[in-house]
Design a protein around this ligand. Structure first.
Ligand code: FNR
Ligand code: 8K6
Length: 350
């Protein structure tokens, strides 16, 4: 019933996956205080080497990208060394792993990085989000600073440096985090992008930052090792706007031209529908993108297998069930019961 999940899948000439099940990126807030991955993290990822591809938890590209406690980084030599331990553990168990590259933009909090000298929260425009940091409710979100064109150029080069660091650390590639209301996504939605310069107002301008990051990373590590996650449907840290549709109508065909390793939808439940997309985010992207698409969001192996059979997408990413079941792939293959996920499981790495 789920046999298609166990077919091999060639992403391109250089990367081939042993099955179609990806481990979705899952922030765990378990890096040490220098944001270095620990041995426990290496063991945790190593146990999941049966996945066709692991996408790491989101990894910040520089200090002011941090919005949650103890999220790992990829900008110091010690962090690169820590990740090398993780990638070795995955490779020893026959797996593959991409790093998810992250800057939280307006959802960053200086509490986490003020010792590095910066107090600024960087975003396309000075439009804040309501509320406070999960797990640190005393930290309320600040009004961000609208980044200058010079600061944007530096962000682009910091993304490409982090991608090079990822390859140095032994990752098989990178997934750029362009989803879920974080920095890149903030440029792509009218709610957070109120600029009127070459990075705002029109679909082409609003897509410029995302494409500059993609192009800089592709130039550095190759399109075969570069992937992107996007959320055309705003649902987290963001309000949707019917004009956002035009932005993605422009962006997605541009991405198609780049021939990336894959495009991945950022969503918690694929059944969510968006008026301005005419339905599900995955159906919308599928209708204008013909290359490898990763679906995700409250799927079981059975419903995901059916979605692949129905040509809704090509690869299935599994999040919460992978937290609860390190041996998720074996259990599905052997028809064994799964342990049900619960939020309390977030306090330890099994
Ligand atoms: C997430 N998700 C997520 N997404 C992302 O792009 N980067 C990340 O670091 C995280 N972190 C994260 C942590 C936790 C605890 C959860 C539950 C989710 C979203 C995740 O990748 C996935 O899209 C959703 O969990 C939906 O898939 P499942 O869990 O229904 O299979
Ligand atoms: C506290 C750790 C930081 C987590 C980083 C981001 C992942 C968020 C995980 C849970 C949030 C759930 C939000 C679901 C939104 C759906 C809206 C319909």
């Amino acid at each position: 019933m789920t046999a298609n999940l166990f077919q091999t899948y060639a992403l391109n000439k250089t990367l081939s996956l042993k099955n179609r099940i990806l481990m979705a990126p899952l922030t765990r807030c378990m890096a040490d205080d220098e944001l270095i991955p620990t041995q426990d993290m290496a063991d945790y990822y190593g146990r999941r080497g049966e996945a066709g591809l692991i996408i790491s938890e989101a990894v910040i590209i520089r200090p002011d990208g941090q919005g949650y406690p103890n999220t790992p980084g990829l900008f110091t030599p010690a962090q690169i060394d820590g990740w090398r331990t993780v990638t070795n553990a995955v490779h020893q168990n026959g797996g593959k792993i991409f790093a998810q590259l992250w800057h939280t933009g307006r959802v960053a909090h200086p509490h986490f990085y003020q010792t590095t000298g910066s107090q600024d929260v960087m975003a396309p425009s000075a439009v804040g989000v309501e509320g406070s940091v999960p797990r640190k409710r005393e930290l309320t979100y600040q009004i961000p600073k609208a980044v200058s064109v010079e600061e944007i150029a530096l962000l682009v080069s910091d993304y490409s440096q982090a991608a090079a660091n990822a390859i140095d650390a032994g990752f098989d590639g990178v997934e750029i985090h362009g989803a879920n209301g974080y920095l890149i996504d903030q440029f792509l939605h009218h709610d957070s992008n109120r600029r009127s310069d070459q990075y705002g107002l029109t679909p082409e301008n609003m897509s410029r930052f995302a494409l500059e990051v993609v192009d800089a990373i592709v130039a550095r590590i190759g399109n075969d090792r570069t992937a992107l996650r996007v959320s055309p449907g705003a649902y987290f840290n963001m309000a949707g706007d019917s004009r956002d549709r035009d932005v993605f109508d422009y962006l997605i065909p541009e991405l198609e031209k780049r021939d990336l390793a894959f495009l991945h939808i950022g969503i918690f439940d694929d059944a969510m529908e968006f008026d301005y997309l005419g339905g599900r985010a995955s159906s919308y992207v599928r209708s204008i993108y013909s290359k490898t698409l990763v679906g995700v969001g409250s799927f079981t192996a059975e419903t995901g297998s059916k979605a692949i059979a129905d040509d809704k997408f090509d690869l299935l990413a599994i999040g919460r069930p992978f937290i609860a079941n390190p041996d998720y792939v074996e259990r599905v293959r052997d028809g064994k019961d799964l342990v049900e996920y619960s939020d309390e499981m977030l306090t330890s790495l099994i």
